[in-house]
Ligand binder design. Structure first.
Ligand code: PXP
Length: 264
């Protein structure tokens, strides 16, 4: 049995900036948090420069990039302004996400099928700038089909799984994500996942062998209030690694749907 590839943890620092913006102070500094997260073992740093600049600011990205010893993943909407910023600053990765001003956080994945030309054009501009693109999509097969050939990576939206109200719904979402991850990997994508993950619900997602990266923010920064950022990262890593150790690449979807949650 081959063992599952390593699972990377991308630490999303947006909500350090949320606290800073709440008071208009210079602290807490998300760049300082990124450096602390890297020292605590983060494999990548993720930040979302939103159109309304509600948390991360342009100067955060500009200060972070020259200091960051791990890949930076810039989440951004498919707009001309954001494409210009990305092509000028050239983070290693860009994750394209849908964005609505009224939303509290990213709701749902990109409609790659419905906005194919616009997204294909954005992917081409980013690729020309040497940036590896990821498309944030719901685990729906038409989206996977539409994403083929546009980008090397996809990030599966785990929001519906995280927000499931019943155990049956959660299990249904998990099976959907697992079969989608398998199909995406077979189609040649590097498969990432994220949204709404926390130490209580991350294990079954971490156990999906085709997923090679998780991007986690809100729960990690919330937990850091009590444990400190290194403690919160260590806690999450431990759950991820334990879950990962239970499965190998040869394990099937059937074993995924039989997994129990850490707290169940
Ligand atoms: N991945 C993407 C594409 C996102 O937009 C977000 C939220 O910024 C996350 C992952 C992280 O989600 P959460 O903050 O719920 O961990």
């Amino acid at each position: 049995m081959a063992s599952a590839p390593a699972l990377r943890l991308g630490v999303n620092i947006d909500h350090v900036a949320t606290v800073r913006q709440a008071r208009g102070t210079a602290y807490p500094d998300p760049v300082e948090a990124a450096l602390l997260a890297i020292a605590a073992g983060a494999d990548g740093i993720t930040l979302h420069l939103r159109e309304d600049r509600r948390h991360i600011q342009d100067h955060d990205l500009e200060r972070l990039l020259p200091m960051c010893s791990v890949p930076v993943n810039l989440e951004m909407a498919v707009t001309d302004e954001m494409l210009q910023i990305a092509c000028r600053t050239t983070p290693q990765h860009v994750c394209l996400v849908p964005e609505k001003r009224q939303e509290r956080t990213t709701e749902g994945g990109l409609d790659v099928a419905g906005q194919h030309a616009q997204i294909a054009n954005a992917c081409a501009r980013l690729r020309e700038a040497g940036i590896a693109v990821s498309l944030f999509i719901d685990p729906d097969f038409p989206q996977l089909q539409a994403a083929r050939g546009l980008a090397p990576n996809i990030e599966i939206n785990t929001g519906a799984y995280a927000e499931a109200k019943t155990e049956a719904e959660r299990r249904q979402q998990l099976v959907k994500i697992a079969s989608f991850a398998q199909a995406a990997s077979e189609a040649g994508f590097q498969v990432h996942a994220g949204h709404g993950l926390n130490p209580e619900n991350v294990a079954p997602i971490a156990a999906i062998a085709e997923i090679v990266e998780l991007n986690i923010g809100h729960a990690l920064i919330a937990r850091a209030l009590f444990l400190g950022l290194p403690g919160a990262i260590a806690e999450l890593r431990q759950v991820m690694q334990q879950a990962r150790g239970r499965l190998s690449c040869d394990d099937s979807l059937a074993s995924i749907s039989g997994l129990s949650q850490r707290d169940s």
